[in-house]
Design a protein around this ligand. Structure first.
Ligand code: GLC
Length: 481
């Protein structure tokens, strides 16, 4: 970097830290989170709240800086918002859920926290990811402070247990993945991600790993055993059935349909004609690959979703080989996945009839905008963490360079539109906190890769995963790690 660029770089970083500080939300005099956006030019809608998923990027930065009190306050206050009793009616949030967001309200001179479990969200979507992120953050707090006593407090043990009970409850389907409604995560609108979307599965995996580390065995043996059983099954399932590379595409392309029973090779009865295989044949690099967006009965969503793929690398859900292949794909398809703003939330966008049917003609999610192929700077920290994990640092450095000189000039927008991400999002907020934090965190992770363990996990023993797969499907071995 040239001297002038270095000066500008430092100025931008200082500006970003100041903006992050401005977003801090105070409750009864103490910091408890960050607001989603601090943009005085537009109506705030619900952006004046602290979203659990948004706060994670700010929280990791605070932990790195040693400002652990704000993260602790956040964890304590949000835990109080978690329903502890069974819901008495179906419109109430279920026991164990953590809200999507919360805000401070004042009544008769006293402050209270008001939680939103989706009741106030567009289409009343359920924030399934919140409780998973909460657990991942609690474990990051323990890693950063080297102090497990907070997690060992009885209220915290109960909170963790309730989340795990909610996730591990017997349901109607018989997959190790979690069955969820549409819009249950960062993409909190109808986008055809109901069923078993990758993002939720990866967060579920990381949350179970976190819970396994934090739960005291005594009194929780049933949950600990359930986690130990579920982890390798989930891991093998994702590695095997979500994986797409040119070899796998070849296999799927020639799949027979309508197979019965345990000997079925085409386990989910995927019909090749439902896939854009000619597009994928052209798009997939020889050595690259990725985890599919969703897998279910006769369903294989071949869109690339960044959060799920990057977090699969970071959390060690993907094998080492798969992780390298995902990074290779990003490198080789840079124009599509990163372009002029890191990085696309998903690729490709749903267009024409698909857009109409799948999104329900959502005007915010028109092709190449917002959730439907828009570019989200917050994803930069996950790209940086994945780059550190796979030792492909140059990819993250290049991405930050792309973003550096635009984000500040554009006033830190929430997202960008267009195939290359050159348009500031049509309805994007400015001074979006996770944009600012995502950028700063990406820089911190590259500067000090030793912060990676805040969010990464060690390998699960591969024999456990292989054995689990054989048990589950009787025949197929997962892609070996
Ligand atoms: C939008 C995003 C969601 C985010 C929220 C607040 O609804 O889709 O992921 O949490 O804004 O920033």
């Amino acid at each position: 970097m040239q001297v002038e660029d270095l000066v500008t770089n430092n100025k931008i970083e200082t500006e970003a830290w100041e903006a992050l500080d401005k977003s801090i939300l105070y409750y009864r005099g103490v910091p408890v989170g960050t607001l989603a956006a601090v943009d005085s030019t537009v109506e705030s809608l619900n952006y004046d709240q602290c979203f659990i998923r948004d706060f994670v990027s700010s929280a990791l930065l605070f932990l790195i800086q040693g400002r652990t009190d704000i993260v602790r306050n956040f964890l304590e206050e949000t835990l109080k918002l978690q329903p502890k009793e069974k819901a008495l009616d179906a419109y109430k949030p279920g026991r164990g859920l953590i809200p999507a967001s919360f805000k401070v309200i004042s009544e008769n001179g006293e402050e209270f926290l008001e939680a939103d479990f989706g009741e106030h969200a567009i289409a009343r979507v359920t924030p399934v990811d919140s409780c998973l992120w909460w657990l991942i953050l609690l474990r990051a707090y323990v890693v950063a402070t080297k102090d497990i006593s907070l997690a060992h407090q009885p209220e915290f043990q109960n909170g963790i247990r309730l989340i795990m009970e909610l996730c591990l409850a017997n349901r109607f389907d018989m997959y190790p993945t979690l069955l969820v409604p549409d819009g249950a995560c960062m993409i909190d609108r109808r986008m055809g991600i109901y069923g078993h979307p990758l993002e939720i599965q990866v967060l579920f995996y990381a949350a179970m790993r976190a819970a396994g580390e934090l739960l005291i065995c005594q009194g929780n043996q049933d949950i600990v055993t359930a986690i130990d059983k579920r982890l390798p099954l989930l891991c093998g399932h994702i590695r095997q059935h979500y994986w797409i590379d040119i070899n796998r595409l070849n296999a799927i392309y020639r799949f027979k349909g309508e197979e019965y029973g345990v000997k079925a090779v085409n386990l989910f009865n995927i019909y090749a004609d439902s896939l854009p295989y000619y597009e994928l044949d052209k798009w997939l690099p020889r050595k690259g690959g990725f985890l599919a967006g969703n897998v279910g009965p006769s369903q294989l969503d071949t869109r690339f979703f960044s959060l799920g793929n990057l977090m699969a690398i970071i959390s060690d859900l993907a094998t080492e080989e798969q992780s390298q292949a995902i990074m290779t794909l990003i490198e080789k398809r840079w124009d599509d996945l990163v372009g002029d703003m890191p990085m696309k939330i998903c690729f490709p966008a749903l267009e024409n009839q698909d857009y109409k049917i799948v999104t329900g003609c959502d005007p915010k999610n028109i092709p190449w905008s917002y959730h439907n192929g828009g570019s989200w700077p917050v994803l930069m920290w996950m790209l940086a963490a994945a780059a550190v994990k796979t030792k492909r640092l140059n990819l993250a450095e290049k991405a930050i360079e792309v973003a550096l000189f635009r984000l500040s000039g554009d006033e830190w927008p929430e997202y960008y539109d267009g195939k290359k991400g050159r348009l500031i999002g049509k309805q994007a907020r400015k001074y979006q906190t996770w944009t600012i934090a995502g950028f700063l965190l990406a820089k911190e992770l590259l500067k000090n890769p030793q912060h990676l363990p805040l969010v990464s996990f060690d390998k699960l023993p591969s024999e456990l995963v292989s054995r689990a797969c054989q048990l589950e499907f009787n025949s197929i071995d997962p892609v070996a790690s």
